[in-house]
Design a protein around this ligand. Structure first.
Ligand SMILES: Nc1nc2c(ncn2[C@@H]2O[C@H](COP(=O)(O)OP(=O)(O)O)[C@@H](O)[C@H]2O)c(=O)[nH]1
Ligand SMILES: [Mg+2]
Length: 466
């Protein structure tokens, strides 16, 4: 046990503000002694005499003045059968922020340290209560921005990802130990064909997991839908109409929108991040030009683009410029201002995109002003969401995050090197080195191989008290 884990930590686990309940958590070797100093149990015996996992009534008082601060309830979970693996005391008090900070201060005065973000979960991980991918899923659960994101996170807490990585790790570890034995005892051992097959098989499994990243990103962060097109076609009006609010400023003056505006809405249970941009056009005015640069960057990072056009005006050279930026991105084409007499034909638009025919599936005639056709645009976006999430080979709850993807990619590169070495009949020691590197990279995902910087980064994203 390190000096760090000898500390007894305390934090308010409920969000700031006032509420019906406020929870304070204490974890560590001195949890019972510290909390016992400010808590009176109505049954008479002290905190230490209470059984584990049984709720009981308490009175919290300031030992210096004997003043009662609150009446509430508490539960004790003794090590190692607790959420963190240490002695834990949870106090359920009234949810006043001043009250809770006063109680927390009393605990700190008696020797507890203020918990860092995610420190309770980190201790749970360090004491083997929870795998690293599960700990990350706990945070995804708390931060989920959509129903589907929530479902994915709760499946991941069940450990499906953890088990998948564990199986790969186990198979790789078997290969490594076989090879180590061969190097130690054998004279001229060759890596045999079945082992080579096993390496390719592992590589396949790793690549499948890497490819689950995009889906995971969309479930966790939402799908980025960028509204693009030349100035004044009604992008901001469309953003407002889809959101049902006056979020973006709309004026008849071209170049009104200069920054990126972003708001979310839910489609198919997934967060869709609608991004309104400055019009795609050339400008010599610095703020407008910067807005256009940002629009191009947003476009580069988009999952889906909606090309907004003004159907009530003949096409302009700026439309052609916008089209050039959008060709190949398979945009949804939204021809706006259908409440006015049409001046653009579908053939002209198809020619501009130079993309062959645009199917009905991507072509929508609508009016941001009257609301006509908005439902059809939503349907197109829903179809894009379904396409983005469609993956017949993916197991629900198995989608890697960026950190996991990067580690998997390193494991994959090491395995590819190993395959190359084996095929060229290279030295077994080189092979062993590559396989061990792959094993370490997989170990980083589940936390078998712990690096302080990795753990620090993961847990610092948590709330205090979690
Ligand atoms: N008649 C009509 N005018 C619209 C429609 N959508 C937008 N406009 C007008 O077009 C102008 C430019 O709209 P805006 O949303 O600022 O365009 P943006 O520059 O592409 O963001 C404003 O005067 C809007 O009122 C529409 O569906 N019908
Ligand atoms: Mg605008």
């Amino acid at each position: 046990m390190s000096a760090e884990t000898h500390r007894t930590i305390a934090a308010i686990a409920t969000p700031p503000g006032s509420g019906a309940l406020g929870i304070i958590r204490v974890s560590g070797p001195a949890a019972l002694a510290i909390a016992g100093g400010i808590v009176c149990v109505s049954a008479g015996d002290g905190l230490g005499g209470r059984p584990s996992r049984k709720l009981f009534s308490i009175r919290v008082h300031d030992p210096a003045t004997s003043r009662t601060l609150d009446h509430g309830q508490a539960v004790i979970m003794r090590a190692p059968s607790s959420s963190t693996g240490e002695d834990v005391v949870e106090l359920y008090l009234h949810g006043g922020w001043i009250l809770l900070t006063s109680v927390l201060r009393l605990l700190l005065e008696r020797g507890a340290s203020l918990a860092e973000p995610g420190e309770f979960t980190r201790r749970a991980f360090e004491n083997g209560k929870i795998g690293l991918t599960q700990a990350e899923a706990v945070n995804d659960l708390i931060l989920a921005t959509s129903e589907r994101g929530l479902v994915e996170a709760s499946r991941q807490i069940d450990g499906s990802m953890h088990r998948r990585i564990d199986r790969l790790t186990q198979r790789l570890a078997d290969l490594v130990s076989g090879l180590e034995a061969a190097i130690e005892f054998g004279e001229d051992v060759d890596i045999d064909a079945p082992s080579l097959g096993e390496v390719s098989d592992l590589l396949n499994g790793i690549e499948r997991l890497v490819s689950s990243y995009e889906i995971g990103r969309i479930l966790r962060e939402g799908m980025r839908v960028v509204l693009a097109g030349r100035p004044n076609v009604g992008k901001s009006s469309l953003m407002n109409a889809l959101l049902g609010t006056e979020r973006a400023i709309v004026t008849p003056v071209p170049g009104t929108t200069r920054d990126i505006l972003e708001e979310s809405l839910a489609i198919e249970g997934v967060a869709v991040r609608l991004i309104d941009t400055a019009g795609l056009a050339a400008s010599s005015e610095p703020a407008e030009a910067a807005g256009i640069r940002r629009a191009e960057e947003a476009l580069a990072a988009a999952d889906v683009t909606v090309w907004v056009m003004d159907g009530s005006e003949p096409l302009r050279s700026e439309d052609a410029k916008a089209a050039a930026l959008l060709t190949g991105r398979d945009p949804i084409v939204a021809v706006n201002k259908s409440d006015l007499p049409p001046r653009v034909s579908r053939e002209e638009i198809v020619r501009l995109l130079a993309a062959g025919d645009i199917g009905d599936a991507t072509f929508v005639s609508l009016s941001a002003a009257s609301g006509d056709g908005l439902g059809r645009l939503r349907d197109r976006m829903a179809e894009k969401v379904r396409q983005a999430l469609a993956s017949p080979s993916r197991e629900p709850g198995v989608s890697v995050n960026l950190r996991q993807k990067e580690a998997l990619q390193r494991a994959g590169s090491a395995l590819r090197l190993a395959l190359g070495t084996a095929e060229a009949n290279g030295p077994l020691d080189c092979l062993l080195l590559d396989l061990r590197q792959a094993l370490d990279a997989l170990g980083e995902i589940t936390g078998r191989v712990c690096r302080e910087d990795i753990l620090g980064r993961i847990f610092s994203r948590f709330c205090v008290g979690k």
